[in-house]
Design a protein around this ligand. Structure first.
Ligand code: OSB
Ligand code: MG
Length: 432
């Protein structure tokens, strides 16, 4: 195994040069120049002392996979029968590899991204940025990508792979790397809009029997009060139940939304527009049921504003939607300070994305069971081993092995593979 060559301070030297060039252009700023260089020198020495060594990232591989679901899934934005995802592998010179996955959908119906825009953004902007930087910790990736607007799922796929790689290099679990300490997490399941209420009841029964700790049901106008009433009538008042509207309502539907209050739901998720926090604040004043925001929250700043306005009582954190694990952690910390519980949303992840979800859920303010069900919820065959399984009814274990704690099954990846491409520092010159 090759010994990593730490490129200590190179990043700071480049920053110092850039600052220097700017400073020399101004007499006023020139006075500050000595201060700046001495601060940079001290800072880089501190960085070395604290063990921030370059991660030595050499190569990134993208693989587009098509994975059919066991059964198609309908939400208010449409029906899906398969995942179309980008699997990201980041290789370091010391022989480690980190994995991440894009949670984008084939169509821009949940957010503005698609599998193809994710691939494009990774190839054109994000991978070149990563391969030409001297990253020493995954938080720097979030900073590196910050000037690029949105495209959060593309950013998260690559940042997640770097987090996994970093933790493998340090020999710690991803959960530990993120600061999480739970060893087990309670999980729930998300159920799509079914053709009939009876079929929905059958699904709910199956998942209750598996012990899932939260039953989330997709709703839309015309499929809301009746299915919720039927679930309460059949399974009683104690089933932990919630509804997810994926932005299917407006304030004109306030009477229907108020009717849902009678079912004592844990929350109603994203009832109003995907880009709204104002009307949600108005609605929350009228509802007993807490509103949870999903689509509306892309950053910790969005979360701050929504909390300040009273737009929600709960926030769903999806790593992809918010641009990565670093931003997820920031939102978690902010919510914890404001007594806003969070939970981890799902985007039909493969085992790779599930592993990332499990790791972030090990943080203390993830107090509500998330959408991270077992592999067999959607997959006949997952791409990781072991597969994600319930260790007790409704409970997943947080792996203690280094990184995500699941290995990739290359033969399964090959089965679902449609396209792949590798990028290295040398090959970057050819991508233009
Ligand atoms: O709104 O939570 C959502 C899937 C795709 C897009 C949006 C959502 C969902 C789910 C599925 O609810 C959750 C899962 O089981 O992974
Ligand atoms: Mg949702």
């Amino acid at each position: 195994m090759a010994t990593p060559i730490p490129q200590r301070g190179a990043h700071f030297i480049r920053t110092a040069r850039a600052v220097g060039k700017y400073a020399r252009q101004s007499v006023h700023l020139q006075l500050r120049w000595n201060q700046v260089t001495s601060w940079l020198a001290t800072y880089s020495v501190n960085m070395e002392e604290r063990g921030y060594l370059a991660m030595n990232i050499e190569r990134v591989e993208l693989q587009r996979l098509h994975m059919p679901f066991k059964a198609s899934f309908e939400a208010s934005f449409g029906r899906m029968a398969k995942r179309d995802l980008v699997l990201v592998s980041v290789y370091s010179g010391d022989g480690h590899v980190g994995y991440g996955e894009s949670t984008s959908m084939p169509y821009p119906l949940y957010n503005e991204e698609t599998t193809e825009t994710v691939w494009y953004m990774l190839e054109k902007f994000l991978i070149p940025k990563l391969l030409t930087a001297d990253i020493s910790a995954p938080e720097e990736v979030a900073e590196l990508f910050a000037p690029i607007r949105r495209n959060n799922m593309a950013k998260a796929a690559l940042e997640g792979a770097v987090w996994d790689l970093y933790c493998k290099q340090k020999g710690i679990s991803l959960a530990a790397g993120l600061g999480g300490s739970k060893q087990k997490i309670d999980v729930g399941v998300s159920i799509g809009i079914e053709p009939t209420v009876d079929l929905l009841l059958k699904k709910v029964e199956g998942f209750i029997n598996e012990g899932y700790k939260k039953i989330k049901v997709k709703v839309k106008p015309g499929f809301d009060v009746e299915p919720m009433r039927a679930i309460r009538k059949t399974f009683g008042p104690d089933v932990p139940l919630m509804a997810d509207a994926n932005s299917a309502y407006t304030l004109d539907h306030i009477d229907t939304l108020k009717e849902l209050d009678e079912f004592n739901l844990i929350m109603i998720e994203q009832p109003l527009a995907h880009d709204d926090i104002i009307d949600h604040a108005k609605l929350q004043k009228e509802l007993k049921t807490p509103i949870c925001l999903d689509e509306s929250i892309h950053t910790v700043e969005d979360a701050r504003k929504a909390i300040e306005l009273g737009s929600c009582g709960i926030i769903n954190i999806k790593i992809g939607r918010v641009g990565g694990l670093t931003e997820s952690k920031r939102i978690h910390d902010l919510c914890q300070k404001h007594n806003i519980p969070v939970w981890c949303g799902g985007m039909f992840e493969t085992g790779v994305g599930r592993a990332h979800n499990i790791a972030i859920t090990s943080l203390p303010n993830f107090t509500i069971p998330g959408d991270t069900s077992a592999s067999n919820r959607y997959w006949v065959e997952d791409i990781v081993e072991p597969e994600v399984v319930l260790v007790e009814p409704g409970i997943l274990a947080v792996p203690s092995e280094a990184g995500i704690g699941y290995a990739l099954k290359p033969e399964s990846v090959k089965k679902f593979l449609v396209h792949e491409q590798s990028y290295s520092k040398q090959s970057l010159a050819h991508v233009e």
